[in-house]
Design a protein around this ligand. Structure first.
Ligand code: ATP
Length: 341
């Protein structure tokens, strides 16, 4: 099933939460919607789930119109499963009862034996069989997370919508749950639409990433493309943590403002050319014998590299350097391009 969003806008009073969002999401894709707080991610997900109507625009499942400003009655969608940020588990229900409740509420007309089979099958996929009689209060954070996932999956939905499902977990658990969600994606072949404000999570998990800011789609492309070929300064800074140098482009050279140094690098696109900005990631920079002059203000040991913050005339820039090269705050350096680029 293909989900098509056509010029979707949403206003809450004077707040324009979404502006003309267009996208086609193919069957079986894993899409992340990535953006800072308040950019409209949850609003978009709620429209896709049928909890909210757009103020303008239309949402289609294949060629069936399922939501628009004029469709007041939500279209019944048995085909969706949802995992909320808060998990929203019911404290008095066992793991099995959570799944059974959903199957009954969906009016799938299953017999008790068929429901039982579906529940066992889903619990097995989510590695919860041995915990099936426990209450949420008797489970760890990761196990509760798996129950929320199992509950969303038990109706065999074609589309799983997930609203920051890992945000309440600690760093270790988040990484293992990422893998779990990816495994379940492969197993079920359901389309997953996954909201996050964590770019690492989006890059690691998805086929395509929709990067949003202030209610507008900034770029909708593969993880590799949004990371290595950002369309504009927002995507560059938000996803790839690029430094943005200002200056002027001259062919394949960038003359840095307030410096006599020129980076020999090709311009990513006309947006950066017109704005006079050169995006360079911390791993694309080095300290050389010449370059943009600056002074070390901060060093963080990151394990695989040292992350330095360097104060230059234009502002502060970040550079990743091998762990063996240690510089102290106050040392003068020159920012240049890494030679193996
Ligand atoms: P977060 O990451 O913080 O959850 P988000 O990207 O999901 O944010 P939304 O919750 O979609 O953002 O909100 C988008 C904008 O719409 C925000 O400016 C928010 O304040 C506003 N908004 C959301 N819901 C309502 C509402 N019910 N009434 C009024 N304004 C709202």
């Amino acid at each position: 099933m293909t989900l098509i969003l056509k010029d979707i806008s949403k206003r809450y009073g004077l707040t324009e939460a979404l502006t003309k969002v267009n996208a086609t999401i193919e069957d079986g894709e894993f899409i992340s919607i990535l953006g800072p707080s308040g950019c409209g991610k949850t609003t978009l997900l709620r429209i896709m789930a049928g909890f909210l109507n757009p103020s303008e625009g239309e949402l289609y499942e294949n060629d069936r119109l399922i939501s628009s400003a004029s469709i007041q009655k939500p279209v019944m969608r048995k085909n969706f499963g949802m995992v909320f940020q808060s998990l929203a588990l019911w404290p008095h229900m066992s793991v099995t009862q959570h799944l059974d409740y959903v199957l009954k509420a969906k009016h799938l007309h299953l017999t008790s034996a068929q429901r039982q089979f579906r529940i066992e099958e889903t619990l097995e996929k989510c590695d919860l069989l041995s915990l099936k009689n426990r209450l949420p209060g008797e489970l760890s954070g990761g196990q509760q997370q798996r129950v929320a996932l199992a509950r969303a999956m038990v109706g065999n939905p074609g589309i799983l919508l997930m609203d920051e499902p890992l945000s309440a977990l600690d760093a270790h658990l988040r990484i293992s749950m990422r893998k779990e969600i990816m495994r379940i994606h492969q197993l079920t072949e359901a389309t997953i639409i996954y909201i996050t404000h964590d770019q690492q999570e989006a890059l690691a998990m998805s086929n395509r990433i929709m990067v949003m800011n202030q209610g507008k789609v900034q770029q909708f492309a593969s993880a590799e493309a949004v990371y290595t070929q950002p369309l504009n300064p927002f995507v560059a800074a938000f996803v790839g943590k690029y430094n943005l140098f200002s200056g002027q482009w001259h062919g394949d050279g960038f003359q840095v403002a307030q410096s006599d140094f020129c980076f020999q690098v090709s311009c990513p696109n006309d947006v950066f050319r017109t704005l006079g900005l050169c995006p360079l990631r911390p791993d694309q920079l080095d300290f050389g014998s010449q370059g943009v002059a600056g002074e070390i203000v901060f060093r963080e040991f990151m394990g695989q590299y040292q992350l330095y913050e360097v104060k230059c005339d234009q502002g502060n820039f970040r550079v990743e350097i091998e762990i063996t090269r240690v510089f102290l705050a106050g040392e003068k350096v020159f920012l240049s391009l890494r030679s193996n680029l």
